[in-house]
Design a protein around this ligand. Structure first.
Ligand code: MOS
Length: 736
């Protein structure tokens, strides 16, 4: 019996489509009041006057909270950075300073949402505006190096780059630009805060309930065990819900001051500023190669913006460090301070933007050399991570290129630009490499079986719509040896065993290891109890000889000696039987470099007169270790590819350089692919066994899907048109 890998339907699918699944703003809390976040209208300066009279006249208003009357927080946490990157520099109404437009400056609480909104609109705030840096072009003129980025050095150097550049017979030097992009999960950030004496309950839409518990408790100066966080369903996250942002703490403060439970939901426009975005980047690439295609030099220099209150770095050059063999190399990251909200993790931070630059530059180099783009990559293929000097724990990229090329029909391609047509459309074929690191952190889980044979596994993790409920049910049922229908997985409650942030594509790698261990421990416990009981057919056997399947324990050497697990629990007579386990990465992570890889192939059709770009088909082939569920897994990879198409062709947060606000801060004008923009997507996962990443050999797939796609599209557009567009998104005006 093996449920792991099977295309099992989502265990929470029915709850979701029927509306039974409660998202954070939907939990019924008695006596609930409604809060509206008020945000700044200038990008920099001070608040000089707050007139609350008009607001307070609105019926049902309970609280108008600003820096003038907000509760004082322990000084150490004011604007302080608490355990970055999850604990961020927040603005919590402790002073009159404004650092960016759309920054939280007040909270209005009323009996109804309508009254709170009306009062918020009537709140009059005057500012003394100060100089603000709002143009990335100008900001770039003064940059600084960040500290470490996700534990890595911002700069690296290997060999003598100048010599390497001169040694090559072909060179590419190009600068690629990516815009500000904003995550827009359909469920915006939302928090319900309810106090009972000195105990606080939060229903918060988050990728990290344990992080919310710890950071909100520290910020408010209370012990973490007095705070409970619930998040049974997260309506999308993509990185923006990986950190605790100001509104979460403000909801708790407002509830305390109003003396009522309070619900605070960000409006769509507030998703563009106070909760992070992908920063604009400028990436300078230099590559040189011998005539046979072997790289002699590679460099990748990244500038991205950060806010004036915190350094946050888009680590775009990390991908260049590990992707290809290159005897000389330099990489760097620099930050330009701007009066915008702090940028943050957005799906494949670093790899999404970094693969765009690197994989376009490789395509340009292929044309310089007259070598097929796949062949060029194969000539620089490496089985060792050249930056870390470690072998990869597994790497199936060669196979991904092969399978992808075959499924796509790549070998029929005429490499000359503008050489392919279909009717009045120019046809282009492009490819690129995809990659994402295999991350894993310590996690805990428990599994309990009841006398009726039903079992529940638990871990304080999250399901962002990605399938955590489903795959953990599969893992637990397999490891315990019970039918799927007899296993339930529960998550989203901070009182459950610890789990890490659902970011960095690490939930499966981290939590499945703990669930697997806990279910295995329970199975062993049940076997021990059975073997010790005189009435059991297994009496006298040793637990290690006992197998489990479909809810039965049996003797491996003589399967006729067997009994139901439920009977073992019942006869034991002490209620449910539980086991817990911790699982943490071991020594292997120091011995191997762990990454997923893939290959993306894209066909574009470009209208020669109008410049309109369509993408009739994409082939994406990935090596991601063991895929825990073929259905949810393929869907997630497909979703990543769709987002990659958005990054390539549509997405851009347009900042007004006069006031520092997004002018398209809504779902109507922030363009993303709709169904009509997406053609056929062929997702394949190659068989890959990796014994080093974790017990199940699963690498995590949340982010790799978006990587490489923008480059493959840009390369296809070049092939179709002969135009190399080096700034995203590739809108039609750039082709005319
Ligand atoms: Mo992901 S951007 O690490 O949630």
């Amino acid at each position: 019996m093996s449920f792991v890998g099977a295309p099992v339907n989502r265990t929470d699918g029915w709850a979701k489509v029927s509306g039974a699944a409660l998202y954070s703003a939907e939990h019924p809390v008695p006596n609930l009041a409604h809060a509206v976040l008020v945000t700044s209208t200038v990008p920099s300066g001070r608040i000089t006057r707050i007139d609350t009279r008009m607001a307070e006249q609105v019926p049902g208003v309970l609280l108008v909270m600003s820096y003038e009357n907000a509760m004082r927080l322990p000084p150490a946490t004011r604007m302080g950075k608490l355990q970055p990157p999850i604990g961020r520099a927040l603005t919590l109404l402790q002073d009159d300073r404004v650092y960016y437009n759309n920054q939280p400056v007040g909270v209005v609480v009323a009996e109804t949402l309508e009254h709170a909104r009306e009062a918020a609109a009537r709140l009059q705030i005057e500012y003394e505006r100060a100089d603000a840096v709002l143009d990335f072009e100008l900001a770039k003129q003064s940059v600084h190096p960040p500290g470490t980025i996700l534990g890595e050095d911002p700069d690296t150097r290997r060999g003598n780059l100048q010599t390497g550049l001169l040694t090559g017979s072909a060179r590419v030097e190009a600068t690629y630009v990516t815009p500000y992009e904003s995550h827009n999960p359909l469920e915006p950030h939302a928090t319900i805060a309810a106090w009972e004496g000195d105990r606080l309950t939060l229903y918060d839409s988050t990728q990290y309930i344990k992080g919310v518990q710890r950071i909100v408790a520290e910020t408010l100066g209370m012990p973490a065990d007095r705070l409970t966080v619930f998040c049974p369903f997260t309506g999308g996250g993509f990185g923006c819900k990986g950190s605790v942002w100001s509104h979460v703490v403000l909801a708790a403060m407002a509830a305390r001051q109003a003396g009522r439970p309070v619900k605070l939901v960000l409006d769509r426009n507030q998703m563009f500023g106070p909760v992070g975005m992908r920063p604009a980047t400028e990436q300078r690439m230099r590559l040189a190669a011998l005539s046979d295609g072997r790289l002699t030099a590679s460099s990748h220099d990244v500038t991205s913006y950060t806010s004036v209150i915190e350094d946050w770095t888009e680590p775009s050059a990390l991908v260049t460090r590990m992707m290809y063999e290159s005897p000389t190399q330099e990489t760097s990251h620099r930050l330009a301070k701007m009066n915008l909200g702090t940028p943050t993790f957005m799906r494949a931070p670093g790899e999404a933007t970094g693969t765009y630059a690197l994989e376009c530059a490789m395509d340009e180099l292929a044309y310089e050399l007259g070598i097929d783009p796949i062949e060029l990559r194969l000539r620089n293929y490496t089985e060792r991570d050249p930056d870390k000097g470690l072998p990869f724990s597994s790497k199936s990229l060669r196979q991904c290129y092969e399978v992808g090329a075959q499924r796509f029909g790549w070998h029929g391609r005429n490499p000359a630009p503008r050489s392919m047509r279909e009717g009045d459309k120019l046809v282009g074929w492009g490819m690129a490499t995809a990659t994402y690191p295999m991350r894993r952190m310590a996690a805990k889980a428990s599994v309990v079986m009841y006398p009726d044979g039903f079992a529940i596994a638990r871990s304080a993790t999250q399901d962002l719509g990605t399938g955590t409920y489903t795959v953990m049910t599969q893992v637990a049922a397999d490891a315990l040896g019970v039918p799927l229908a007899n296993m339930r997985f529960e998550l989203g409650d901070s009182r459950m065993p610890d789990a890490p942030v659902s970011g960095g594509s690490m939930t499966v790698a981290s939590v499945s290891s703990a669930v697997h261990a806990a279910a295995g421990a329970l199975r062993h416990k049940l076997a021990s109890i059975a073997c010790a009981h005189p009435h059991s057919p297994l009496h006298g056997a040793v637990p290690e000889e006992v197998g489990a399947d479909a809810g039965w324990l049996f003797l491996s050497g003589d399967p006729s000696r067997r009994e139901p697990m439920a009977l073992v629990v019942e006869r034991h007579g002490q209620g449910p039987i539980e086991a817990t386990a911790n699982a943490a990465p071991g020594e292997e992570k120091n011995k191997y470099s762990m990454h997923s890889f893939g290959a993306v192939f894209v066909e574009v059709h470009v209208d020669e007169l109008l410049g309109e770009i369509r993408v009739p088909r994409v082939v994406g082939v990935y090596g991601v270790g063991r895929l825990l569920n073929r259905k949810t897994g393929h869907s997630q990879l497909m979703g990543g590819i769709v987002w990659g198409l958005g990054m390539a062709l549509f997405e851009e947060t347009l900042i007004d350089k006069r006031i520092g606000r997004a002018v398209n801060g809504n779902l109507a004008e922030y363009h993303v692919p709709v169904n009509a923009d997406v053609g056929t997507i062929d997702v394949q996962v190659v068989e890959e066994h990796d014994p080093y990443v974790n017990p199940l050999g699963a690498k995590g797939i949340g982010e790799i899907g978006i990587t490489g796609v923008a480059a493959a599209v840009a390369n296809a557009v070049y092939h179709a048109t002969g135009k190399r567009v080096r700034d995203l998104p590739i809108t039609l005006d750039k082709l005319l």
